[in-house]
Design a protein around this ligand. Sequence first.
Ligand code: CAA
Length: 379
Amino acid sequence: MDFNLSTEQMEMRQLVRDFARDVISPRAAEIDETDEFPRDILQQMGKLGMLGLPIPEQYGGVGADFVAYMTAIEEISYASAALGVILAVHTSVGSFPILYFGTETQKQHYLPLLASGRMIGGFALTESGAGSDAVAIRTRATREGDFYILNGNKVFITNGGEAGVYCVFAVTNPERGARGITTFLVDADTEGFRVGKKEKKMGLHGSATCELHFDDARVPVQNRLGEEGQGFSIAMRLLDGGRIGIAAQGLGIAQAALDAAYAYTRVRKQFGQELNQFQGIQFMLADMATQVEAARWLVYHAAQMRQAGVDCTREASMAKLFATDTAMHVSTDAVQLFGGYGYTRDYPVERYMRDAKITQIYEGTNQIQRMVIARHLQS
Ligand code: CAA
């Protein structure tokens, strides 16, 4: 099943697949073990255009479409889910905000830097008291002449400490709730801005997750993205696309776990025959493969809708929910099929399982996805 990918989309997927399997896969265990941000690989990806795939050529990108970009996230995540999320956040919620909502000056300044990988992008919405309830953010932005003064703290920020620019959400009018939130592009060297604690995570090692602190951070008015009060709508529209990216990440992890499990059960012998000769094992593999196939349909269906410019809030949430639950189920079953070996670091399946868990949590927990789907059942 090729979802009718065009020749260009298939060529791009092949290019990314070759890079992911030749360059990233051999390094994935080491990245997981050391938890070091893989700057050298990102540099190579930047040179090959992979950090600006869906950015138009006039801003230094490749000009690929959204579907091709999703195939790239899937392929990169197959090799390393950490690099998958670095790419997804950098592009979907680090670069797209500027492309979709930026002024021409903002686009010309930031997009060539981001598309070439000379700068990494970040997205700062979540706070300690505002995770699922994103409207409850408390970071304040107060206008003083030609600047906004930002005060507050963000948590769990992917690419934290590595990004050169963050898309930051802050309250400009506390009385207006969701309509009182505004978006800012905050440069990493902004006075009053600093990166705080780096989280030690269960998985996704190599991807940096940090707190951000704003203590009278001075952000020039020209770095406001969109109008005052437009911020929450910007965040939600970005997350519609971002969630398809996380779904593609889950799909990549699930496919990697399935392939590893299938290969292992063909060679591992117990009771005088290969594991895949047992019907109980065949049933497990059949269920895993069916879930992966179904996830792929949902992911690429949502991606095609997004590409066509059709409202896909519901389909993005369905794809995110199903593909990331699939990543968790399939990677857990892959560990089971490897038996005791699956629980060791000698094989990659325990990493897939640790990495899969976060995909059910970030860019909106799967409980939030259900809430969004339920609210859109009429449309
Ligand atoms: N597109 C455009 N606008 C939207 C929208 C969408 N998909 N969804 C909501 N809005 C608008 C609404 O129309 C409404 O606008 P008005 O006030 O003008 O009417 C406004 O936003 C508020 O919407 P709701 O009333 O639906 O707000 P809510 O509080 O009931 O629910 C929510 C919102 C869906 C639960 C939202 O808070 C949410 O998505 N929460 C999860 C947060 C999240 O996903 N965080 C991800 C962090 S980033 C990350 O994880 C990156 C990473 O590291 C991988």
